[in-house]
Design a protein around this ligand. Structure first.
Ligand code: MF3
Ligand code: CO
Ligand code: CO
Length: 335
């Protein structure tokens, strides 16, 4: 989810209830989001350019769509810190499982020469064959059913005619809507033989997600998640993206609370049993700052260095945490 920068006297984007000027204004000004016009030295050449986007895919009428499917306008951000009922939780478990199945289907097709558009088609068909709506499709106007973020693309890459090349890394981010609930997960994988540096970044990003999940339990401050992720990232000399955060999820795709992947000492929000939210750290090998392409979606690293991401949807249980989008281990933990 993307932070929207409010006016000074409007409520802060973080849903603290405080005015923006009393909350995140200063940290935003310190460059913790990229101010317009900020110049950052590029360390690499672009490896990704906008390709051509195929026509909009159709969803059968029999599939129940989320509120934005026709209009592109997403519903309210939902009540802050909503706790789900048992019945809602079992629908969330199901949505999480379906998201995982769709993601695994997409990842199995990743190889040199495959276009990101072909991966989008697989995501689209495998969601609808399971009776699910592919949540990205027309979410705030997003044109495709999957997000594909290659190399220096941080997040929200739009599937297009670009063919994957040996040595790329690609994050595929799947969200599905089924039985009135969204399940959201993503994984970064390697395309053929990849540099040691890229592999290391991907592995550390996975460790960041796991460390963030490990601190989830009722009563914990949400800022513990960002604290452990940022400290692991620092240890490896990488940086944590600040413009995009995890989010509450349920009947609404993105809602409060937001989940920062960097340490926010002033954020005193606490986790409660029954909450469902995502953790989805984006870790950059260079600068934490991002630039947005003219398509208004694709976020790339400002210095064009590599970025990786993993995401799970989790539930706060009585004693700890349940991963709702769990499944196989990522590629580097498998034999
Ligand atoms: N799945 C992304 C997330 O983790 C959101 C994608 S929104 C889209 O929050 F519109 F880009 F699809
Ligand atoms: Co998400
Ligand atoms: Co996602």
């Amino acid at each position: 989810m993307t932070k929207k920068i409010p006016k000074r006297n409007d409520p802060c984007w973080c849903n603290s209830g405080k005015k923006y000027k009393k909350c995140h204004l200063r940290s935003d000004e310190r460059g913790e989001t990229t101010p317009p016009g900020m110049v950052i030295k590029q360390v690499g050449k672009p490896t990704v350019a906008a390709g051509s986007i195929s026509p909009k895919r159709q969803v059968p009428d029999s599939i129940v769509s989320p509120e934005y499917a026709k209009t592109g306008v997403a519903g309210g951000r939902g009540p802050s810190c909503k706790k789900e009922s048992e019945e809602e939780i079992s629908r969330m478990r199901h949505a999480g499982m379906v998201a995982r199945e769709v993601l695994d289907t997409v990842l199995a097709a990743v190889e040199p020469g495959v276009t990101t558009n072909a991966l989008d088609e697989i995501a689209h068909l495998s969601a609808i064959s399971r009776g699910a709506y592919p949540s990205p499709l027309n979410y705030m106007g997003f044109p495709k059913s999957l997000c594909t973020s290659v190399n220096e693309v941080v997040v929200h890459g739009i599937p297009d005619s670009r063919e994957l090349q040996e040595g790329d890394i690609i994050n595929c981010d799947v969200t599905v809507y089924i039985d009135g609930m969204h399940g959201d997960c993503s994984e970064t994988v390697l395309v053929g033989d990849v540099s040691r540096e890229a592999r290391a970044l991907v592995e550390v990003t996975w460790e960041c997600l796991m460390k963030g999940i490990a601190v989830v339990r009722p009563g914990r401050l949400f800022n513990e998640i960002g604290r452990v992720i940022e400290s692991h990232t620092d240890k490896h000399g990488y940086s944590v993206v600040r413009e995009f955060t995890g989010h509450g999820i349920g009947g609404i795709f993105h809602m409060a609370p937001y989940i920062a992947h960097f340490y926010e000492p002033a954020n005193k929000a606490r986790m409660e049993e029954g909450m469902t939210f995502t953790i989805e750290p984006m870790i950059n090998s260079g600068s934490p700052n991002c630039m947005i392409w003219p398509d208004k979606w694709t976020a790339v690293t400002a210095d064009l260095a590599l970025s990786a991401q993993f995401e799970h949807t989790v539930l706060v249980t009585e004693t700890g945490v349940e991963i709702l989008t769990g499944g196989r281990d990522p590629w580097f933990l498998r034999g």
